[in-house]
Every structure is written in C-alpha cells, then in structure tokens.
Design a binder for this molecule. Sequence first.
Ligand SMILES: Nc1nc2c(c(=O)[nH]1)N[C@H]1C(S)=C(S)[C@@H](COP(=O)(O)O)O[C@H]1N2
Ligand SMILES: [Mo]
Length: 300
Amino acid sequence: MARRWTNDLTHADVTPKALWLNRRQIMAGMAGATALSMAGRGAMAQGLEPNTLEQISSYNNFYEFGTGKEDPMRHADAMQIEPWSITVDGMVDNPGEYALADLLDGLDIEERIYRFRCVEAWSMVVPWNGVELADVLDRVGVQSGARFVAFETVVQPDNMPGVRRGVIPFPYIEGLRLDEARHPLTLLATGIYGEPMPKQNGAPIRLVVPWKYGFKSIKSIVRITLTDTMPETTWNNLNAREYGFYSNVNPEVDHPRWSQATERQIGGGLFARRQDTLMFNGYEDEVAALYEGMDLRENY
Ligand SMILES: Nc1nc2c(c(=O)[nH]1)N[C@H]1C(S)=C(S)[C@@H](COP(=O)(O)O)O[C@H]1N2
Ligand SMILES: [Mo]
C-alpha cells in the first residue's frame, strides 16, 4: 500500500544500541538514495547528535513515577505489565477488554524513526517499533458518529510513587481527533531499537504522535474510548492557557513562559547549539492538511 508520508530519518540518525558510529562511518555506510533524502530534512543534515538507547531510557517524563527526569528510570521497574489488557469502549462495534496480544494479533510491528519534541523544548530521535493506531481502530470497528479517541494510562498506586504523592491528577488522560488518530504517522508503540518498550518509556504499549508535543504521546495505555465529544486531557485540565488540546509542534507559537522556536537535543552535549524547531516537528508535508483553514494560534 502506498504511504502518504515519507520516513526521512534512517538508522543513520540514531545511535546503534551498543556502538557509537561517527558520522564519516555512517555516511560511508549509507545507500545513495538515503544520503540524498538526508540532505533535505534529515536529522543529521540539521546537525543533530543521535540518541542512544541509554539516553532514550534514562531521561524521561512519566509523572506516575515522579516529576524528575530520572525518577522513571529509578522507579518504573515496579510497574506490573503482565498480564496487560486494554479496555476499548464507547462508539465501537466490538467493545471489550482485550488482552494486549489479541489486540495486536496479526498486525505488522514496524520500525519508525521519528523526531520526538517535548513541550519543554528538548528533543530526541527515537527508533520506535509499533503498529499504526488506525489498524487497531479498524479491528475494533469505529462507529460512524465517533469523532475523537480518548486514552487512559494505568494507575498502580503501590508501584507508582508519583501517584501516591498525587503530583498531578491521575489517571493520565489524553486524546486525539479521529483523523489525527487515523493518520499513518500515529503509532501504538511496543518497543524501541527492536526491544520491548522499557517501562520508563511506557511499557507495554504507548502512543506516539510525532508532530505533537511529547505529552500527547500517552504511556502504558489501559483504555481507548471512541467518542463524539472532545476528550479532556491531563495538561489541558491542569493549565488550559499553557496546554491546548491540539499541541502541535509549532516554532511560531510560543509557550506563555518560553520560546518554542528552538530546542535542545538530548545528548547534544553541554555546548551544543540549540537547533531550530520545525513546523509540525518536521512532518508538515504529511500533516498540514489535517489543519487546513484552522488558526493554529487559537487552536494551540
Ligand atoms: N502516562 C503518562 N504518559 C506520558 C507522560 C506522563 O507523565 N505520564 N509524560 C509525557 C511527556 S511530557 C513526554 S515528553 C513523553 C516522554 O516520553 P519518553 O519518556 O519516552 O521520552 O511522555 C508523555 N507521556
Ligand atoms: Mo513532554
């Protein structure tokens, strides 16, 4: 099936798990076509430093385990992820509580190397493994009146110090418009670097929406609800002026307390120059049509 998007990042944009390859080696090892596509918007063409698995799994936001970037790495091991089921409800033909394996049965786990941009103005390049959310939605049968998808994260107070302390209200909840949810870039990710998702990154399954700020990419999902009304979301509930429902990456719309024009790539080093943030995080060609005619300042 022809895809409506191009994956412009390759393995050359991330660091192989065990090995640090320098740029010369990476460029020498690349196929010509790949090298060409990199010349435009590829991460290396922007001078990004690639990310290691260690960077991706040791600098996290997962408030269920605390608000510090290293809290998830320290505490997430206690989260119980087996067995795991996801309740699918609302406007679907086949509602129910699905064992994770049943929900994914027969679907291709693909690798997608995406830019990941947190609203706090840091970013990484991450090689996800996952399925298109659209394929899972097809499986459960979305009814014609549905317009939004809502998601909910597991709550395990005994295993989650941030939940016990109530650092923010839980469960963490998020949502997408149905056309955003169905976009081929939108993933349900089950792994990184070909390995099962580290718990601190949202095991066993989390959302990845690469053109939106990271907080939309909700972790450790236990409920998916199809609805005809715009769902509440955690950060919008906490501070509606600072965090909108859409939260598309946009260098021209600043956060009320800081600029969104540039970002710091994790692993870039202490003296690395901040890099320019790209419209829709570099996925403008793929997703701009979703927002045609919308005022992106009003719909932040
Ligand atoms: N359940 C849950 N999901 C969450 C968060 C969270 O605190 N709880 N943090 C979000 C934020 S702010 C970001 S930037 C990303 C971080 O994902 P990563 O830790 O895999 O980089 O997860 C998002 N998903
Ligand atoms: Mo974030």
